[in-house]
Design a protein around this ligand. Structure first.
Ligand code: BES
Ligand code: MN
Ligand code: MN
Length: 461
C-alpha cells in the first residue's frame, strides 16, 4: 500500500468518532426546503457547511444569497496546471411525513447495523458529508490537493433549484472549472457500483378545479351541477392511456427515440426483475407498452399524479358536492423534451378537455431539463477507475429516472461536462420514511473521492 493510502487510512481511523459526530450534527438540522417554516433551518445548514468547509481546510467559504435558501461556496486553488473540479451537492431534504412510519425520529440519526437512519442520511447530506471528510483527509495528510477544487452546495434541489440557474449565471467567474462532479445519485440494483450517464427532466404542475363558493348538499344539487372532484378525475383519466402512453398532443414530438445501442446497454445491466418486484413489494410492474422496465425508468418520459385532494375525507360519510378539487401532476422528461413546452401542452390540453360547469386552472410549480453525460469523457473514466480501485469491481453505466435540475444548467450555463458519482444504495428509502445510508458505501465513498482527485490529476494513471 503506498504511503499516501496508509496515511489516509490512519487519518480516517483516528478521526472516526469525530467524523460520525459531525455527520450526525449535520443530519440533526431539519433543512426541509419545501416548507416555509424550515427556512431558518436551511440557513442553519448552510452556516454549518460553511464552518465545516473552513475547518476542513478549504478557503473562501461563504454563504451566498440567491433569493431563496442560500448556496455555500468554498475553494482550494493552489494546484497550478492541474484540472479544476466543481463539486456539487445539496443540503436540503424532503419533508418527513408520514411521521408515524419512521422507526426513529427523522432528525435524530440512529444506527441499525451498517445503516444510518435519518432524513438526508443518503439524499444528499451523507454524500455531501463524504466530500467534506475526503477534503479534510487530503489536506490533513498531504497539506495539499492534487487538483483545484471548488465546492458548491445548494439548499433548493428538492424544490426544483428555482434560484440556482440565475445564481450560476451571475457567478460564472468564480465557477470556472474543467468538470463538475455531482454526488447525488447512487449504485445499481444489488449495490453494484455505478456511474449515472443520464437523468430525466421534470415538469411539475398543479391542477385546480373550482366549483361553487361552498360545498353543496349532494341531494339538493346532485345531478344539477358539475362536481369538481368528478371533473378532476375525468381530466386525469384523459392524460394517460392504459397503454402507458401520455395523451397530451405533441408530448412525444421532441423525444429522442432509444437507439439500438441504448437498448442493448439497458439489456446488458445485471437486472433481476423478480428481486426488484420483491423489494418494492408489488404484484407486478406496469408502464408504457413496448419497453422494458429499465428503458421505461431511464429512457422514456412519463406522467404521474403525485397527490390528489378535495371534498370530504374524514371518517364516515358526508353528502356534499365539494367546492373544489386539486391534483399535483408531474412528468419525467427525456432528451430533447423542453419542460416549458410540455407545460404549455398540458395546460392547453386540460383547458380543452375540462368539463363545463367549473373553473379549471393549471399552474407550473417547478421544472428541470433532462441531461446526458458522455461515457468516454476522461473525468468519467477517472471516476470509473476510482470506483474500481475502492469498491473492487468496475462500475456499470446507468440512466436514472430521477432528476437533478441543475445538471443541465451546468452544461448550458457554465459549459461544463458533469460526472454523476454517487454512492447510495438504490433502496435507500430516499423521500420516504426510514431513509438510510449504507455506512460501508459512505466510508468507501470517502476513499473513492480521494482516489478520484488523484486519478484526475494523472497521479494514478
Ligand atoms: N438525488 C435525487 C435525484 C435522483 C433520484 C438521482 C433518483 C438518481 C436516482 C434528487 O435529490 C431528487 O430527488 N430530485 C428531485 C428533483 C425534483 C424535486 C425537481 C426528483 O427527482 O424528484
Ligand atoms: Mn438528491
Ligand atoms: Mn431527493
Amino acid at each position: 500500500m503506498p504511503d499516501r493510502d496508509a496515511a489516509l487510512e490512519a487519518h480516517l481511523a483516528e478521526t472516526r468518532e469525530a467524523r460520525y459526530a459531525s455527520y450526525f450534527s449535520f443530519l440533526r438540522i431539519p433543512s426541509i426546503s419545501a416548507l416555509p417554516d424550515h427556512a431558518t433551518d436551511c440557513r442553519a445548514a448552510a452556516g454549518w457547511l460553511a464552518a465545516a468547509l473552513t475547518s476542513a481546510g478549504l478557503e473562501h467559504a461563504e454563504v451566498c444569497e440567491t433569493g431563496g435558501h442560500p448556496v455555500v461556496y468554498a475553494d482550494w486553488l493552489h494546484a497550478p496546471g492541474a484540472p479544476t473540479v466543481l463539486v456539487y451537492g445539496h443540503y436540503d431534504v424532503q419533508p418527513v411525513d408520514p411521521l408515524e412510519l419512521w422507526t426513529s425520529p427523522p432528525f435524530e440519526p440512529a444506527t441499525d447495523g451498517d445503516r444510518l437512519l435519518a432524513r438526508g442520511a443518503a439524499d444528499d447530506k451523507g454524500q455531501v458529508h463524504a466530500h467534506l471528510m475526503a477534503a479534510a483527509a487530503v489536506l490533513a495528510t498531504r497539506g495539499e490537493f492534487p487538483i483545484n477544487v471548488r465546492y458548491l452546495f445548494e439548499g433548493e434541489e428538492e424544490s426544483s433549484s428555482v434560484n440556482l440557474a440565475r445564481w450560476l449565471a451571475a457567478n460564472r467567474e468564480r465557477l470556472t472549472a474543467d468538470v463538475v462532479v455531482v454526488s447525488d445519485t447512487g449504485f445499481f440494483e444489488g449495490n453494484v457500483p455505478a456511474i449515472t450517464l443520464g437523468l430525466r427532466g421534470i415538469m411539475y404542475a398543479q391542477i385546480d378545479v373550482v366549483g361553487a363558493e361552498v360545498d353543496l348538499h349532494s341531494g339538493s344539487f346532485g345531478g344539477v351541477v358539475q362536481n369538481p372532484a368528478n371533473a378532476l378525475a375525468q381530466i386525469i383519466v384523459a392524460l394517460k392511456g392504459p397503454d402507458g402512453r401520455i395523451r397530451i398532443p405533441g408530448f412525444y414530438d421532441d423525444v429522442v427515440p432509444l437507439s439500438e445501442a441504448d437498448r442493448a446497454d439497458f439489456a446488458a445491466l445485471p437486472f433481476d426483475e423478480e428481486a426488484y418486484l420483491r423489494r418494492v413489494g408489488l404484484p407486478s410492474l406496469v408502464g408504457e407498452v413496448g419497453y422494458t422496465t429499465l428503458e421505461r425508468r431511464g429512457g422514456r418520459p412519463t406522467l404521474d399524479v403525485n397527490g390528489i385532494w378535495g371534498g370530504f375525507t374524514g371518517a364516515g360519510s358526508k353528502t356534499i358536492i365539494p367546492a373544489h378539487a386539486h391534483a399535483k401532476v408531474s412528468c419525467r422528461l427525456v432528451v430533447d423534451q423542453d419542460p416549458a413546452r410540455i407545460f404549455e401542452g398540458l395546460r392547453t390540453y386540460v383547458e380543452q378537455i375540462a368539463p363545463p360547469g367549473v373553473t379549471t386552472t393549471v399552474r407550473l410549480l417547478g421544472d428541470g431539463r433532462p441531461s446526458q453525460t458522455p461515457k468516454d469523457h476522461p473525468a468519467t473514466q477517472a471516476a470509473a477507475r476510482a470506483l474500481e480501485a475502492t469498491f473492487g469491481r468496475p462500475p456499470v453505466y446507468i440512466r436514472e429516472g430521477g432528476s437533478i435540475p441543475v445538471v443541465a444548467s451546468f452544461e448550458t450555463i457554465l459549459g461544463l461536462p458533469v460526472v454523476l458519482l454517487g454512492f447510495v444504495q438504490p433502496d435507500d428509502h430516499a423521500h420516504a420514511p426510514n431513509e438510510w445510508m449504507d455506512l460501508n458505501n459512505y466510508e468507501t465513498g470517502i476513499r473513492t473521492i480521494v482516489r478520484m482527485w488523484d486519478e484526475l490529476a494523472g497521479v494514478r494513471t
